[in-house]
Write a new protein. Structure first.
Length: 298
């Protein structure tokens, strides 16, 4: 592909995944100074002073800011589809707070994930998730902001209510009946964990997709890094490599997501494993993106 990938996508990374345990301000300065990146995804910053400085760095960098509320839920174990109403409201409240923080940092919305589910109460949990998401979307709409639900595995690691893709499509259709500011975020690294592939997921969710992640996963039971751990491309026994990334790009082109006038955010969610060096893993991912992109035929 002779055209630059940056013509069609705003390339970003998930700050807290690429540099786990490193202060947000330090990593944002590093990423903001790297012109490979057009976007960055941030999460909750607990310290008020650090948050204010991060806001300044993001504004100076010109990066498109995205906000991931997933850690707000996963860390304390909050469930936006909890059958217990008090527990559901706790999750809803932190998502409303996430909208406020995202607005402060310059993001145009938030992304989150569904909570765990039980077979006996799955439909009730689905209705609870609709209740939470509608409340968050209504609040975000007052600020002209968007809300995205990231599709996760349902029986392997996170065991989230949403996906697989057909259920995500049902949920998005229900949400769009009342809220136009709702969309879906899909991650290449999650496709193997839901036993699906790029063509199936993208075509199934085509009308609702607003955001993309790319990454890797190990789905061979007993292998190191098994589950939703986001190892680097090329990790032993992993499911995704350059070929799968190229196929992902190919499907996005076929389905009309190469839009230079309104480029989608495409971020990589790749995490160093154990004592791996974050800068090396980031550089590895850039090389894989370039190679996969260059393999696309014009």
């Amino acid at each position: 592909m002779r055209d630059s990938i940056h013509r069609y996508f705003q390339i970003g990374t998930i700050q807290w995944m690429s540099y786990p345990g490193v202060p947000a301000l330090e990593t944002l300065e590093k990423l903001g100074a790297d012109d490979f990146f057009d976007a960055v995804e941030v999460c909750q910053i607990h310290d008020d002073e650090e948050r204010a400085k991060a806001k300044q760095v993001l504004a100076q960098s010109g990066l498109k800011v995205c906000y991931g509320a997933q850690p707000r839920l996963l860390g304390p174990g909050l469930n936006p589809n909890a059958v217990d109403e008090d527990e559901r409201k706790k999750a809803e409240q932190t998502l409303l707070e996430a909208v406020d923080e995202a607005e402060y940092l310059g993001a145009g919305g938030i992304a989150f994930l569904a909570g765990k589910w039980d077979k006996e109460t799955k439909e009730e949990a689905y209705q609870q998730l609709l209740k939470t998401t509608r409340a968050v979307c209504s609040y975000a709409a007052e600020k002209n902001m968007n809300v995205e639900l990231e599709v996760f595995d349902y029986d392997m690691d996170k065991m989230a209510l949403i996906g697989p893709a057909p259920l995500a499509a049902r949920f998005a259709a229900d949400m769009r009946l009342s809220h136009s500011n709702f969309g879906l975020l899909v991650d290449l690294s999650h496709f193997p964990t839901t036993y699906e592939d790029s063509r199936f997921v993208i075509r199934c969710l085509r009308p609702y997709l607003t955001h993309f992640h790319i990454g890797n996963a190990v789905v061979k039971q007993g292998a190191e890094g098994y589950g939703d751990q986001h190892p680097r491309f090329g990790f032993p026994e992993s499911a995704n490599g350059v070929e799968e990334l190229k196929d992902f790009f190919q499907v996005l082109r076929e389905e009309g997501f190469f839009d230079p006038a309104h480029p989608y955010v495409l971020s990589f969610e790749v995490k160093p494993w154990k004592d791996e060096k974050p800068d090396l893993v980031v550089a590895n991912t850039k090389r894989c993106i370039r190679r996969a992109w260059n393999m696309l035929e014009d």
